[in-house]
Design a binder for this molecule. Structure first.
Ligand code: PTT
Ligand code: SF4
Length: 612
């Protein structure tokens, strides 16, 4: 099996034991890696209805055949588990030296089951693993814990770590690495914490055996050179994802005041140009020649790494037009190991709840001190509002009210795009495989050029096309999608790199078949888990919050715009038709069987009755 290491490391934390299992070549060919492999492992090994924060949940770290090989932006890793936030499939994609070191240590994936009684970390080195005490690390923030581990094990290790948010089970706690890389908005850090797993440390000295080494290396060199020739390269190197603040403002999609508006009056204080004035450093993931981690000093003089989403959710969405203060919230979120998007969404929701008199606390738009205090209460799980918000927006809305402005889909808070005037992007959030995330179908850019207000079949097809590329192709390879998204590095480069690595002769369509299999298995996992937990499945779950349908924009050039509920529902139906799903949003038996998912069809048929 060239291109894959062919090994999965299994660690059972209840017993403190590990074992190495061969990766079935058939499984590798069917699911490739990353999200695909993770989804299949979760389907097979998580008992239906398992408590996401219980020992039965499985935490998977999965690489793909391109991970860690020299090649554009291949230093990425998928972290996945049943999500404590959504109770469905959850994953995230983190750029980290741990991805490279894991493959060099001989593993395509690490799967962690059980739970330890005492805090531990897993040390993985060249084909073997040990479970070690982490008593001395428990309670430390993610930066400090990683520094200590690097001191103990020497430079050259890759570390995945959680902060206090993960230890305390905050629903949107992330896995962290390298003081600014975060993965798993869906609460993957909380799953680690529930297993008392503070960190996983990787050291590897081997090489992944690939089929056509010379051809691979030549292709990779050319791809790197091609990237630097792309016209967008220079501006990207200046602003990275931060350039999207200006773009979103110009297109009335910048989340503002808890997704009530799409323009922010102080956007120029927090946009990419403001960031450029404050920038002190540029960081990135391994193997990346277009690093997008823009580092600025926050209002306390400490370094903070900014991204578009972080600034949109912790800035305009809470009415805060002060980049240095946004940067402080961003840095603290990274140290605590909590999702910046989830945190900004929780604060925005609390500000609106305060304005509407649903809570006693006075938390006004743009009030930095109140936002900071609330963030501390959430991460500290302080009794009352802090603990309620730490459980996620779906729970908070049940307790507090304001369901129409709790901005989430299936429990995962919405990322940085307002959709009052973007039905395609609303659909993308509605049907994302993990809850409201743009990672699978960032259709907004295409939508602004092809008709903002249409609800056409073409739009539904575009969402599916992007899901196949972003959520399927890149998440299974596993590589960063930004060289393609932002600089236009053609997909064929990745197909050729994959073929040289594996010795296979796949076309892009072959990859899309894998993508369809993975997207359907993920949906089947959601339906299975909801059914096992006694939650009825319906198309309502694929619909974004009522605010975008009921309360039009009041500012900017698109004032008056809002989504049309009937047309949205029709658009959803068009998407279901393309996917081969029924009116409930459940895959048909024929769809699952065509994709080699007969085992999932049998299980779902028993539970919810499949349509042919
Ligand atoms: C991703 C989500 C995003 S999407 C951002 S900013 W973005 C937020 N970043 C956070 C952060 O930082 N700190 C923190 N405490 N929480 C954060 N939560 C948010 O998490 C990230 C980049 C970015 S920056 C994006 S778009 C791309 N995402 C990719 C993806 O999903 N798949 C893929 N194959 N390639 C990708 N490339 C880009 O990676 P999640 P990272 Mg991320 C500080 O994790 O769970 O997927 O959520 O991993 O290494 O930080 O890189 O404008
Ligand atoms: Fe990481 Fe950014 Fe490079 Fe992608 S473009 S690999 S997210 S540094």
């Amino acid at each position: 099996m060239k291109g894959w290491t062919g090994k999965i490391l299994w660690v059972d934390l209840s017993r403190g034991e590990s074992r190495v299992v061969d990766l079935d070549p058939q499984l590798a060919a069917s699911y490739v890696g990353g999200r695909g492999l993770a989804a299949r492992l979760l389907w097979d090994h998580v008992p239906p209805g398992a408590d996401p924060l219980g020992p039965q949940n499985l935490l998977v770290m999965a690489a793909g055949p391109l991970t860690g090989l020299p090649g554009p932006s291949t230093g990425k890793l998928v972290v996945a588990a049943k999500s404590p936030l959504t109770h469905g499939y959850g994953d995230g994609n983190i750029g980290t030296r741990a991805s490279v070191a894991m493959r060099k240590a001989g593993f395509d994936a690490v799967a962690v089951s059980g739970a330890s009684e005492k805090p531990v970390y897993i040390y993985v080195e060249d084909g073997r693993a040990e479970v070690r005490s982490a008593e001395h690390l428990w309670g430390l923030d993610a930066f400090e814990a990683e520094r200590r581990l690097v001191e103990e094990h020497g430079k050259g290790v890759g570390v995945l770590v959680i902060g206090p948010a993960g230890e305390r089970g905050v629903g949107f706690a992330t896995v962290m690495s390298q003081e600014g890389r975060a993965g798993g908005r869906t609460g993957m850090g909380a799953v680690m914490g529930s297993k008392r797993l503070k960190a996983v440390v990787f050291r590897g000295s081997g090489d992944v055996d690939i089929a056509e080494r010379d051809a691979y290396l030549r292709e990779a060199r050319e791809a790197y050179a091609e990237l630097k020739r792309k016209p967008a390269y220079r501006f990207w190197m200046r602003q990275g994802t931060m350039m999207a603040i200006q773009w979103s403002q110009e297109n009335s999609v910048l989340p503002t005041y808890n997704f009530s508006e799409g323009v922010f009056e102080e956007a120029d204080k927090i946009n990419g140009f403001a960031m450029e004035m404050a920038k002190v450093e540029q960081r990135g993931c391994p193997n990346c020649t277009m690093p997008c981690g823009n580092v600025v000093l926050d209002d306390e003089g400490a370094k903070a790494e900014l991204d578009y989403e972080n600034v949109a959710l912790l800035g305009s969405n809470i009415g805060l037009g002060d980049l240095a203060r946004v940067a402080r919230l961003n840095r603290l979120a990274d140290m605590w190991g909590v999702d910046t998007i989830g945190l900004g969404a929780a604060i925005g929701y609390a500000m609106e709840a305060s304005e509407r008199g649903l809570i006693g606390e006075k938390i006004e738009w743009g009030d930095f001190d109140a936002a900071l205090r609330l963030a501390e209460a959430i991460v500290g799980r302080e009794e009352g509002l802090g603990d309620t918000l730490a459980r996620g927006l779906a729970y908070a809305a049940q307790r507090i009210g304001g369901e129409e402005f709790a901005m989430h889909v299936k429990g995962l808070s919405i990322t940085g795009y307002d959709c009052h005037a973007a039905p395609g992007m609303a659909l993308s959030y509605g049907v994302s495989p993990i809850g409201a995330h743009h990672k699978d179908a960032w259709v907004i850019s295409w939508e602004t050029q092809h008709g903002r207000f249409e609800y056409t079949a073409e739009k539904a097809a575009k969402v599916l096309e992007l899901q196949r590329i972003r959520g399927g192709f890149f998440e299974t390879l596993v590589a960063c999608r930004l060289p393609w998204v932002e600089l236009g590095l053609e997909l064929d480069w990745y197909v050729r790199l994959f073929n040289h690595a594996t010795g296979l002769s796949w076309s892009l369509d072959d990859h899309f078949r894998v993508a369809d299999r993975v997207l359907n298995l993920v949906r089947a996992f959601w339906v299975r888990e909801y059914s096992a937990e006694g939650r009825p499945w319906s198309r309502r779950l694929d619909t974004p919050p009522r605010k975008w349908f009921e309360r039009p924009l009041t500012r900017g050039p698109l004032a008056g715009a809002r989504l049309d509920p009937l047309k949205y529902d029709e658009l959803l139906g068009k998407y279901y038709g393309l996917m081969g799903w029924d009116y409930r949003g459940i895959p048909r038996r024929s769809t699952l069987e065509r994709l080699g998912l007969g085992f999932a069809a049998a299980e779902l048929d028993r539970r919810v009755g499949l349509l042919p």
